[in-house]
Design a protein. Structure first.
Length: 141
């Protein structure tokens, strides 16, 4: 809390706590823990956490760590309050690497539950990685 927004908030809060309340002529103080926590959350929580999560979900793309993609995807869907399978499915497959997306579509069997979808995509990706490692071993021989 020594730089940026946090430092400014801390400085303002400390200044306020030492100022005298005109009604009591006593320092304002920090108040109760609940009051402090409310003040803190108002300063640092996103104003529209669902909207922020939705924006991040639109931009989410699969990287090299597929388990991170899935966990981030689940977290953002929950924060954005997206519970519909069809909406989740669309966001999920839009963030996949194009080759993996193509393999999923060509598999002929797109699951109708998200957990099954995660397992299916993981299976496709693992099979592809296995194929690549065998190709590397064969070409090295």
């Amino acid at each position: 809390m020594k730089e940026g927004t946090a430092a400014a908030w801390m400085e303002d809060t400390i200044t306020y706590t030492h100022e005298l309340d005109p009604g009591t002529n006593q320092p304002n103080g920090y108040g109760t823990w609940d009051q402090f926590l409310t003040h803190f959350e108002e300063a640092f929580n996103p104003i529209d956490s669902a909207g922020t999560a939705l924006h991040k979900l639109h931009a989410l793309k699969q990287g090299n760590d597929f388990s991170k993609y899935i966990s981030t995807f689940k977290q953002l869907c929950n924060r954005a309050e997206i519970y519909s399978f069809n909406a989740r499915k669309d966001y999920f497959i839009c963030g996949l690497k194009p080759t993996l997306f193509s393999k999923l579509c060509n598999s002929g069997d797109i699951p109708i539950k998200m957990e099954a979808m995660y397992k299916k995509v993981i299976s496709i990706e693992n099979t592809y990685q296995l194929l690549l490692s065998h190709r590397t071993q064969i070409s090295d021989s």
